[in-house]
Design a protein around this ligand. Structure first.
Ligand SMILES: NC(=O)c1ccc[n+]([C@@H]2O[C@H](COP(=O)([O-])OP(=O)(O)OC[C@H]3O[C@@H](n4cnc5c(N)ncnc54)[C@H](O)[C@@H]3O)[C@@H](O)[C@H]2O)c1
Ligand SMILES: [Zn+2]
Length: 370
């Protein structure tokens, strides 16, 4: 088993990564001095194959779990579903020391985490992420929340889990498209922080796509370490944490203008990262060869690397970027790469440069790159 510590003072916790960990859920929770009542919040796709194992393991360790199932998909991240969860927690008489287990992808993690952050002014929770994206990204860092009609993640809190348990076996049932979307975040960690991880992904991409357990364990653990390291230095997002948004300014805008659902988040940020790499080659000295390697790695992961936009769509994309909540005083700030493994944040980028990065044919790969 791999164990990644997340050092956050009193709120420190561990991320445990191994195949078959759901069977250990109860035993692991038993080490945390929690009350006996608990709730597993899961979605229908995940509850069916995995809730029973989680319940059984909790019962065997002396806990009294109730299963709360929510609909699958982003729409479950709503205040209406939050309200329905509160009612069930109250009906099952969960109290201050009781805890919640989030069993599912990022949607369930964000929702259940928000419920845990607010029910009785906050009760403990444990993450049992079942998508690749949730295992390398959303379950680490303590951001929880739900959507409003006006936009995504507009209501939320910082609430750290007491434990994150990544059972690699759950990834076996993840649809291929969802799996590839998670790889986009792993590649991001390589670009922003760790050229060695990037090289490893170049070397092992086929094994990763085949969901080889040893490869998964290694890259998930490294990704969690990087996220934990970044979050540990900047828990509330005042500076460094911004680097986790590499490729996200354009990515979010793509999700936004194409209607949520056309592109998965991981697909949109794959396009966004390739565009950010092109901008970096122009503005921050990213070597052309690194830009080519970045584009190529996304392609090998089966992710999109560019988007064809009409002039009108590009206009909408710019408008969407300027609405992004991370925009300060109307100016879009980018995270740009200097070389693989090293980025700088807070970079202003002229519109014309963004535009060039988005027009596929405007960027010819220089011969010197080969
Ligand atoms: N809190 C954060 O820091 C953070 C970071 C990144 C993303 N997010 C949030 O995460 C959410 C996206 O998470 P996601 O990509 O995991 O999506 P998701 O939770 O919607 O899961 C994707 C789909 O896969 C299904 N699924 C989950 N696990 C499965 C399994 N093991 N086998 C078969 N099917 C399975 C789900 O039911 C769903 O249909 C977004 O709401 C996003 O805002 C949060
Ligand atoms: Zn992301």
């Amino acid at each position: 088993m791999r164990n990644v510590p997340v050092p956050l003072g009193e709120r420190s916790y561990a991320i445990k990564i191994a195949p078959g960990l759901l069977a250990q859920l109860g035993a692991e929770c038993a080490t945390l001095r929690l009350g006996s009542r608990c709730a597993i919040i899961s979605d229908r796709n995940v509850a069916k194959p995995y809730a029973r194992a989680a319940e059984k393991s909790l019962r065997a360790a002396g806990f009294d779990p109730v299963l709360i199932t929510v609909p699958a998909g982003e729409t479950a991240k709503s205040l209406r579903v939050v309200g329905a969860c509160y009612d069930q927690l109250a009906a099952h008489r969960l109290e201050r020391k009781s805890f919640i287990v989030a069993l599912g992808g990022g949607v369930v993690g964000d929702l259940a985490g928000f419920v845990a952050a607010t029910y009785l002014r906050g009760i403990p929770f444990v993450q049992a992420p079942t998508t690749l994206l949730a295992q390398v990204d959303s379950s680490v860092g303590g951001k929880v929340g739900v959507n409003l009609k006006a936009g995504k993640n507009l209501v939320g809190a910082f609430h750290q889990p007491r434990l994150v348990l990544c059972d690699l076996n759950t990834l076996a049932t993840l649809p291929p498209r969802e799996f590839r979307a998670g790889i986009a975040e792993i590649i991001k960690y390589g670009i922003i922080y760790d050229a060695e991880l990037f090289r490893r992904l170049e070397h092992d991409m086929e094994k990763l796509l085949a969901r080889d357990v040893e490869t998964l364990a290694a890259v998930i653990a490294r990704s969690c370490e990087i996220k934990a390291d970044v979050v540990g230095q900047d828990e509330t997002e005042s500076g460094l944490r911004a680097i986790l948004n590499f490729g996200h300014t354009i990515g979010h805008a793509i999700e936004n203008i194409s209607g949520y659902g056309k592109y998965l988040h991981g697909e949109a940020i794959a396009i966004g990262q390739v565009a950010a790499a092109k901008i970096s080659a122009e503005l921050t000295g990213l070597p052309a060869n690194d830009m080519v390697r970045i584009t190529e790695l996304f392609r090998r992961a089966g992710l999109p690397t560019h988007i064809n936009l009409s002039a009108a769509q590009r206009k909408r994309l710019f408008a969407a970027m300027k609405l992004d909540k991370k925009v300060a005083a109307g100016e879009i700030k980018f995270v740009l790469a200097r070389r693989l493994g090293e980025v700088i944040w807070g970079q202003s980028v002229p519109d014309a440069v963004i535009e060039r990065a988005l027009v596929h044919s405007a960027f010819r790969i220089p011969r010197s790159a080969f």
